[in-house]
Design a protein around this ligand. Structure first.
Ligand code: UFG
Length: 336
């Protein structure tokens, strides 16, 4: 197998010397489109790849766009042969916990079979650097907080299981084929491009922050709180919100990490080491926007763990990460 890639083109900072090619799979989605913008800004030649099932073509504002489904091995092979990317960032997965409980086939087929297909094409065409979008959902109900990388992995929904399966596949692909990877476990990605060019667009929207912002703006009816009887201080679920640009910057550092031959493949949790309950989030948005709206206590939503908070120790140590958005207020302000 011939490797056509030029490892010396990645700089030690996040800046990339020109000519460094990056495939952003799922580049038309929420996090992917923010990734495309930042990677372009630091000098990567970016090619966004997306099947536009949940992504939007007009969210790819920089670089090139190629339509492709990760289940289509022929088309993938054609694109990898044509562009010869230096690295891949793979955001191309479905990510709604409750949907995965209702329709597990969709999650195992796209997230697991699709990723397997993508990794095989990468290996066959000599592209051996990957950043994979994993999730806090691989941990299931936490046994302790904050959740570090050593925490037991017992996902409680098909979405988390699908991502854990891919993490396991990657370990074997590294041993057998030398595919070097980082699996980033995102906690709750939130916020928008601070320059206002990009936003979070999901249809239907299921995520807490955009729903609450819409309620505050009078663009929808009441906010439902899914579960008020969890074993948390106010009975509602606790999540660790991390700004999308901080997530994206972690990927830029991750690309540099992968380029350093002495670094091993690894798994890293990405969050702010800080959790907020659903009711706290709602109150903060009411305060910041100075708006009131109706809030209705509802039954629990399927598949939701009670609390997810990331330990950010390993991210700091391995990638020297220092987030720009440490407070929930600063994240909300990019949305409001
Ligand atoms: N919630 C409500 N009302 C709503 C929407 C959400 O009470 O209208 C609650 C949820 O039940 C949950 C919390 O707000 O307790 C956060 O829900 P989100 O839908 O915003 O996010 P999730 O925690 O369900 O999931 C997100 C990503 C997943 C990822 C997970 C990791 O969508 O891909 O974060 O923490 F796995």
């Amino acid at each position: 197998m011939k490797n056509n890639h030029h490892d010396d083109r990645l700089d030690m900072g996040i800046q990339c010397r020109s000519g460094c090619k990056l495939f952003v799979v799922g580049g038309a989605g929420y996090i992917g489109s923010h990734m495309v913008k930042q990677a372009h800004n630091v000098g990567y030649e970016v090619i966004a790849i997306d099947n536009l099932v949940t992504g939007y073509r007009d969210a790819v504002l920089y670089g090139k766009f190629e339509y492709c489904d990760i289940l289509d091995a022929r088309r993938l092979t054609q694109l990898f042969t044509q562009y010869k990317p230096d690295a891949v960032i793979h955001f191309g997965g479905y990510s709604i916990v409750s949907e995965s409980v209702r329709d597990p086939y969709k999650y195992y087929y796209n997230n697991v079979a699709g990723s397997l297909n993508l990794f095989k094409v990468m290996v066959d065409t000599g592209c051996k650097k990957l950043i994979f979008s994993s999730t806090a959902a691989i941990f299931g109900d936490p046994e302790y907080l904050p959740i570090d990388e050593a925490h037991i992995k017992k996902p409680i929904n098909p979405y988390g299981k699908s991502k854990l399966m891919v993490e396991e596949m990657l370990k074997d692909f590294d041993s057998a084929y030398g595919l070097k990877y980082i699996s980033f476990r995102y906690f709750n990605a939130a916020g928008h491009d601070p320059e206002g060019e990009l936003s979070e667009r999901h249809d239907p929207e299921t995520h807490l922050l955009p729903i609450v912002i819409r309620a505050a703006n009078g663009e929808r009816g009441p906010v439902n709180v899914f579960g008020v009887d969890y074993d948390t201080f106010d009975g509602t679920c606790i999540r660790d919100y991390i700004h999308v640009n901080d997530l994206v910057n972690a990927h830029l550092k991750g690309l540099v990490y992968l380029n350093n031959k002495s670094n091993m493949s690894t798994e890293i949790n990405l969050g702010n080491n800080n959790g907020f309950s659903v009711k706290e989030v709602i109150q903060k948005i009411k305060d910041i926007m100075n708006k009131d709206f109706e809030v209705i206590d509802e039954e629990r939503r399927d598949g939701d763990p009670p609390a997810l908070i990331a330990s950010n120790k390993k991210a700091k140590k391995e990638l020297s990460l220092s987030p720009d958005y440490v407070s929930l207020e600063s994240i909300i302000k990019t949305l409001a």
